[in-house]
Design a protein around this ligand. Structure first.
Ligand code: SAH
Length: 216
C-alpha cells in the first residue's frame, strides 16, 4: 500500500470516538461489555481502507467486528467508510499486531482475518510476515477454542509460507484450503479492496482457514 503522511490523521481519528477506540487496552477482556452483547468478536488485522470490515458489518449484524490497522493515514480511510454505514457492530483500532495481547484477553476472539497481508518476500524478512510463528503464537492466545484463523492472499509465496507455518504449529488444524477462491465464491461474497483489484486482473486468490485447537 502506498502511504501518504496525513498530518491531521490522528486528530481525525480522535474526533470520532464512536468508531475509533482511543484506549483499546482498557477494553481488554471487556469487549463484549463494550459492544453491549455476547455476539462473537471477529478481528481483521491490517484492515487497510476498510471495505471488507464495512461490508461484513452490514452483512452480519450479529457479529462484532474490530478492524486493526497500524497506520493512522490508512485507518482514516476506513473511518470514512464506517461512518457512512452507521453500524454499531464495528470498531476501529490503531495498533500494530504485535501488541494484540495488550487489547484482547485469552480466548476473547472467535475469528481473525489476515486479508492480503504484506508478503515480505525476502527470506530475511520472513519474521515480519503475519503468519510467522511468533504471530501465530499471539493469535492462538487471543483466539477461543475452535476459533478460526483466516488467511487470504494473491501471493503464492506468502500462501505457501503460511500453510507450512500454520501446519507446523501443533495448536492449529488446517480445515479449509482453496487455490482459486473466486472460481467457487458466491456472488454475494464480500471482497477486500486488494481482492477486487486482483480479481479484475484475473489473478487467483488463495485462501486457507485453520482452527485453533481446544486447550487441554
Ligand atoms: N486488508 C486490506 C489491506 C491489505 S494491505 C485489503 O485486503 O484490501 C495490508 C495492510 O496491513 C496495510 O494497510 C498495512 O498497513 C497493514 N499492516 C501491515 N502490518 C501490520 C501490523 N503488524 N499490524 C497492523 N496492520 C498491519
Amino acid at each position: 500500500m502506498r502511504l501518504r503522511r496525513i498530518p491531521r490523521a490522528s486528530s481525525m481519528l480522535e474526533a470520532h470516538p464512536r468508531w475509533v477506540v482511543s484506549e483499546p487496552g482498557a477494553l481488554r477482556g471487556k469487549w463484549h461489555a463494550h459492544f453491549g452483547d455476547q455476539h462473537p468478536i471477529h478481528v481483521e488485522i491490517g484492515c487497510g481502507k476498510g471495505q471488507f470490515i464495512t461490508e461484513m458489518a452490514k452483512k452480519y449484524p450479529d457479529v462484532n467486528f474490530i478492524a486493526i490497522e497500524k497506520y493512522d493515514s490508512v485507518l482514516i480511510r476506513a473511518l470514512e467508510k464506517v461512518c457512512q454505514i452507521e453500524q454499531r457492530n464495528v470498531q476501529l483500532v490503531l495498533l500494530d499486531a504485535v501488541e494484540l495481547r495488550s487489547i484482547f484477553s485469552t480466548g476473547e476472539v472467535q475469528k481473525i482475518y489476515l486479508n492480503f497481508s504484506d508478503p515480505w518476500p525476502k527470506k530475511r524478512q520472513a519474521k515480519r510476515r503475519l503468519t510467522a510463528s511468533s504471530y501465530l503464537t499471539l493469535f492462538k492466545d487471543v483466539l477461543q477454542d475452535e476459533g478460526v484463523l483466516h488467511v487470504r492472499t494473491d501471493n503464492f509465496g506468502l500462501f505457501q509460507f503460511s500453510l507450512e507455518s500454520i501446519n507446523h504449529d501443533p495448536d492449529y488444524w488446517i480445515c479449509h484450503m482453496d487455490l482459486d477462491r473466486h472460481r467457487n465464491a458466491s456472488d454475494d461474497d464480500v471482497m477486500t479492496e486488494f481482492e477486487e483489484k486482483f480479481v479484475r486482473e484475473n489473478k487467483p486468490i488463495y485462501e486457507l482457514e485453520a482452527w485453533r485447537k481446544r486447550r487441554k
